[in-house]
Design a protein. Structure first.
Length: 228
């Protein structure tokens, strides 16, 4: 994936807001954003104090039912969203829709209102608003809604299974992870988009978005993220 060089008008150091900094991907993404010289300030929105400190970092504790309050007083350039849950943790489709769809859109709309013109969203390889599978349909609906908000740059990352150490690792993941190198080889060509990806690789691909101003609307799959 080639980087898009910023114009002189956009070469100033910018402010980014991250939703999902305590999740598996967000934890790997945050240090990369903090170390990126294109940003002078990184804001994270969380339900509770994280205990993380950095000269460029501001942790804001917010009620997720009022996400827009997290943008009070901010002038934002870029938004990153690695926020999401599972049906098991959410407890119901209604609760998961609230978390994975409504919260994400409220975050995006508040970012736009605060001046953000760029948005990076962590989705899923099988996202499809017309799917009969609830999870895929939910992610697809969220993607479509984000596209309608009019961001100048919108990058949608669609990984397959994310290989990460989790405190809430599902038993199926524990069974599958040792088999992934073999299973990945059985997915050539167009099927490669469903290959597994290490969370560190995924985080690097998302972080590269900060250096790709003027990239427009893009959907990135396994090969795109591996090349980042």
């Amino acid at each position: 994936m080639s980087n898009v060089s910023p114009s002189s008008h956009d070469s100033r150091r910018r402010t980014a807001v991250l939703l999902g900094s305590t999740g598996a991907t967000g934890q790997k993404l945050l240090p990369l954003l903090l170390n990126d010289p294109c940003y002078s300030r990184i804001i994270t929105l969380n339900r509770r104090e994280t205990g993380i400190s950095h000269a460029k970092l501001e942790n804001r504790v917010v009620d997720f039912n009022y996400l827009a309050a997290g943008f009070d007083g901010l002038k934002v350039d870029d938004c990153y969203c690695t926020f999401g849950t599972t049906l098991k943790i959410a407890g119901s489709e209604a609760a998961m829709t609230r978390i994975d769809h409504e919260f994400v859109l409220e975050f995006a709309k508040a970012g736009r209102a605060a001046g953000a013109r760029r948005f990076a969203y962590l989705s899923a390889a099988n996202a499809n608003a017309g799917s009969s599978v609830y999870y895929a349909r939910l992610k697809g609906r969220t993607e479509d809604a984000l596209k309608a908000l009019g961001f100048a740059d919108l990058s949608i990352f669609r990984p397959g299974m994310i290989v990460a150490e989790r405190t809430d690792r599902r038993w199926a993941e524990s069974m599958l992870f040792p088999l992934l190198p073999v299973l990945d080889k059985l997915m050539p060509g167009a099927l490669s988009r469903y290959r597994s990806i290490r969370v560190e690789t995924l985080a690097r691909a998302i972080a590269a978005f900060g250096r790709q101003q003027g990239s427009g609307n893009k959907t990135l799959y396994w090969q795109d993220m591996m090349d980042a």
